[in-house]
Every structure is written in C-alpha cells, then in structure tokens.
Design a protein around this ligand. Structure first.
Ligand code: ADP
Length: 520
C-alpha cells in the first residue's frame, strides 16, 4: 500500500520523497491504526491525511479550526484533480445544501469542516449515511485544556466518534508535543499512547538567536534595512507596540504592514493579502497573525518581546523558512518585558492552577533566553526529543566567546540559597548576596549569614542575570506560581560539593544603549 502512497505523492503532488515521519504516519493509518501525529509547523502534515484519503474507498472528513485555510486547501486539492470541498460558516445556505448532497452522492474524497458543524444532528446523521473512512483532526491540540489554543467545540469530536458507525480511522495532527497535551489528545480520542508518532521537530534551515541588552528599535531598523528585499514578520506583545513599530518602520520608507485584533477584518485581510503576495515585505503583528498563513518565503521572524511560552514561540518562529531555505528566528530579550506576559496571565480569568501552569511555561521561555547551550537543542528537549544534537548555526553554537570558569560565583549563590533554607525568590536572594539594607533581611537574620554581601562588588542586575543563567542551565529549579521560590537541583548540589564546574561565556561589552542612539 505504501508504494501506492508514493505513486500518489509523485503523480498528484510532484514530490519524489516523503519527508521525515510522513511515511510512518501514512503507513500506520493505512494499516487502520488510530494515530496521533506530531510534526512541527511546515513539516507537511496535510499530505499525511490527504494521501490515505485518496487510497481509502469512502470519504475523509477533516476537522479544522482554520476557516481561512480551508478554501486554500480545497482550491489546491481541486487544482491537483482531487475532489474536495469545505463546509463552514463562510458559505451560503444553498451552497451548503449542494455540498451536503454532493457528499451523500459520493462526489468528494475530502470534506473539510469546522468543529462547530458537529453541533448539527442532521450532519451527524448524514455522516452515518455515507461511508466515512478517515476522520482527520487538524490542530488537534485544540482539544486539550493544556494546549495553547483550547476550543470547546473540539470536545464534540469525542462524542462524534461514538456516534458514527462503523467507526472511521482517526488521525489527530498537531505541532504541539508537550506531554500534557499529548496525553490529553490520546485520552479524549481513545488512542493508545503507543500510536503517537512524533517526528523530528528540528528545522535544519532555521538559525535561532537571542539578542540581549541592545537598543531594540535600532536593531530592528538596521536588520530590516539590511534585508530589505526579504519577507519577514516582527511579532510584538501588544497592539500599542505593533502600532508604534509600524509607524517607525513606515516613516523609514520600509514597505511594512500591521496586523492585530483591534483592526477591522477588512483591513486585516487586506494587509495579510499584501504580505502573502509580496506587496509589502515586513508584517508587524501580535500573535493574532499567522494561524493558517502558508507563506513559504518568510526569511526571518523577529520577536520584539518575549512570547508567553515555548509552544507559541516555536509556532510563530517556525513560520520562517517553510520553503526549506536558510532563515533566521531572532528574539530580542529585555527582562522588563516578562512583566507584560505576567500581567496577561494575572489579568486572565484562568483558575489558580492554570495560572501557575502558565507561569511555569513562561519561566521555561525565560530560561530559553538565558541558556548558553544550542537554542535548537533547548527547544527540541522542551518538546521531548531526547537525543537532539547541536544545530551548529544558532546564536549559541556560533558564539566564539571564551568560556570562563564561574564555579566560585555559582557556589556563592547556591550556598546562600541553602543557608536561606531554599524558601525565597530571585530578587530577595540577590539582595542578600549583594548586601542590601532591606529591612526584611534583618528581620530574617540573614544579615548574619556568611554569604550576606558576598557578591557586593557586583550589581543587583548582574547577580539577577547570573541566577537566571544558573536556572536556565538546570542548577536551580523554580517552584510553580507567580512568585517562585528557587530550589537547588541535584546538579546544583554537585557544584556545591565540588563535583562539577560551572562555565559561562565571558560578558559582552554592550556598545549601544538606547539613550545614545535617538535614531527614530
Ligand atoms: P503543516 O501543516 O505541517 O504546517 P503543510 O502540510 O502545509 O505543513 O506542508 C508545508 C509545505 O511542505 C507545503 O508547501 C507542502 O506542499 C510541502 N511538502 C509536504 N510534504 C512534502 C514532501 N514530501 N516533499 C516536499 N514538500 C513537501
């Protein structure tokens, strides 16, 4: 059957080889196994259900939350000679009737639907009258409350599976691979964990980079001007910042567009189209932009602010280089921006447990900005890939600064935390280490510790950053919650007892500061 799949790959799509993972997923589905397929954005998930759909005798239903993408997908399939259609709120009543009748008459191999369609009993009845071979669930993380994009209507899928007879083969697809989400998908769709296929998450053509301590506006201006013919996306955390950056870049004569949820739909769509058709080269946007946009030649994605978690970051950054050409993903880190994300969590109506979960995800994102190991490797480890190698091209892999032995400094921090009984957060620990006069220190008697003021020749900022570094490299572990307490890990204890040395790249001399460069 796999040879048939390969023939289809060549004859309908014009590709000679399957990509990593596609073959395994298709093979498993063709053998009738319900499957969860986890592949990075741009990895080629669509083919994994489209090819089985062409081989199976009946119709395949594709559930997708991305109404804007359905039409593009169906147009592409129709052009390739594959009978397909979509049913969602964007079509008229008579169009809908016509398509439903077509479905009943066996006219289509693939039918895309929005999850809300499952609320209509008549539609479920129809599914029982036709032969549904495969049920593909795109963006399957939407079913999980732990996912970054939970959609209550996705919960209807569980019921649907119990309602159609004979049960179709289920293929759930997502780019989110955190253990909670994976388990939720399996649990809710009743798919054994052993049927999960996690393909390589690495994107060889992406070079990741974190820029710290630089004038971000200046960096942005220079970067965009240097790459003026290249398409790129700049993500900012708030609508206000999108507006500000948009105006700055526009005033410089850069062909720039903007996109955020505060704009009218018409304006958003227009800007999106202009970007897709290369009428503008740069899109400045909030995270509202990008879902369902299949623009392959994006050469860079710059995050002006830290995103809320690694899932969002990898999804947004992953919009670069979908065509496989070399592309850059740059995050401009400023410690104060963390407050914006904390504020979003604080202000949300999530329950306390959920908020704590979001804080801990944000902390892993912050650690990404402080790590000195390969960025790609950090990301892959986050998504559960254990044997990831150094990418050789990210900001850390190509950083040729000398490594300095900082074991003594690390021991000072760790032993101070130990003496404070591992009950405090970063800011307070820093105050004790730098010998602050804060009254709270006296009230705990910490002014009498041998580690009080032991790092007084350093600034609080430097000590804070150093603690962030020790956290990112796994010597310290923050507890959950908005105000995490720092605990020492086994790796940290090993440093304390002299069993492991700590190295850190020597500090960069920051040449440019915002106030020195009033270029805008
Ligand atoms: P995803 O849904 O995983 O983000 P898509 O299914 O949209 O990714 O595929 C991304 C791009 O990769 C598309 O342009 C698609 O045509 C292309 N693609 C998929 N499979 C292959 C393959 N085997 N060989 C070459 N290109 C492929």
């Amino acid at each position: 059957m796999l040879s048939k799949a390969k023939d289809i790959l060549q004859s309908y799509y014009g590709y000679t080889e399957f990509r990593k993972g596609q073959e395994t997923i298709i093979d498993q589905v063709l053998h009738g196994k319900d499957t969860v397929a986890i592949m990075p954005t741009g990895g080629g998930k669509s083919i994994c259900y489209q090819i089985p759909a062409l081989i199976f005798p009946g119709v395949s239903i594709v559930i997708s939350p991305l109404i804007s993408l359905m039409k593009d997908q169906v147009d592409a399939l129709t052009n390739a000679g594959i009978p397909a259609t979509f049913i969602n709120s964007s079509i008229t009543g008579s169009e809908m009737d016509e398509r439903l009748q077509g479905m009943e008459a066996g006219k289509y191999k693939l039918v895309y639907i929005a999850p809300e369609r499952l609320e209509a009993p008549a539609f479920i009845e129809l599914l029982n009258r036709v032969n549904v071979s495969l049920l593909a669930i795109d963006e399957a993380h939407c079913i999980s409350q732990w996912g970054h994009d939970f959609r209550p209507s996705y919960l209807l899928i569980k019921k649907l599976i119990q309602q159609i007879y004979p049960k179709p083969i289920i293929l759930a697809l997502t780019a989110t691979a955190t253990p909670n989400v994976k388990e939720d998908i399996c649990d809710l769709l009743n798919i054994p964990l052993s049927n999960v296929i996690l393909t390589g998450f690495g994107r060889e053509n992406l070079a990741f980079q974190v820029i710290k301590g630089q004038d971000r506006d200046l960096f942005l201006k220079e970067y965009i001007q240097k790459n003026e013919d290249q398409a790129g996306i700049v993500y900012a955390a708030t609508r206000k910042e999108v507006e500000r950056l948009y105006h700055q870049l526009n005033n410089l004569g850069i062909r720039v567009g903007k996109y955020h949820a505060g704009m009218s739909e018409t304006e958003r769509n227009r800007n999106q189209e202009e970007f897709i058709y290369d009428d503008i080269t740069v899109m400045v946007a909030t995270s509202a932009f990008g879902m369902g946009i299949n623009k392959s030649n994006v050469r860079y994605v710059i995050h002006y602010h830290i995103p809320k978690n690694m899932e969002s970051y990898y999804q947004e950054a992953g919009r670069a280089g979908r065509d496989g050409s070399e592309s850059e993903c740059i995050l401009l880190f400023a410690p104060q921006d963390v407050h914006i994300q904390k504020f979003f969590i604080d202000q949300s109506d999530m329950n306390i447990e959920r908020k704590e979960y979001e804080y801990s995800k944000l902390r892993k994102m912050i650690s990404y900005c402080h790590t000195e190991t390969c960025f790609q490797q950090y990301i892959l480890q986050y998504f559960g890939e254990v044997n990831a190698c150094n990418c050789g091209k990210c900001g850390n892999c190509t950083d040729d600064r000398k490594q300095v032995d900082v074991t003594e400094d690390a021991q000072m921090v760790l032993s101070c935390i130990k003496r404070m009984n591992e009950r405090f957060g970063k800011t307070f620990i820093t105050k004790v280490l730098t010998g602050s006069n804060d009254k709270k220190i006296n009230s705990f008697g910490f002014h009498q510790l041998s580690t009080y003021g032991i790092m007084r020749e350093k600034t609080q900022k430097d000590v804070n950053e150093f603690i962030d570094y020790l956290t990112a490299e796994g010597y310290l572990r923050p507890t959950d919650g908005a105000y995490p307490v720092l605990m020492i890990t086994n790796k940290g204890i090993n440093v304390l007892i002299g069993g492991e040395k700590v190295f850190k790249k020597e500090k960069i001399q920051v040449k440019r500061l915002a106030q020195d460069n009033p270029l805008f």
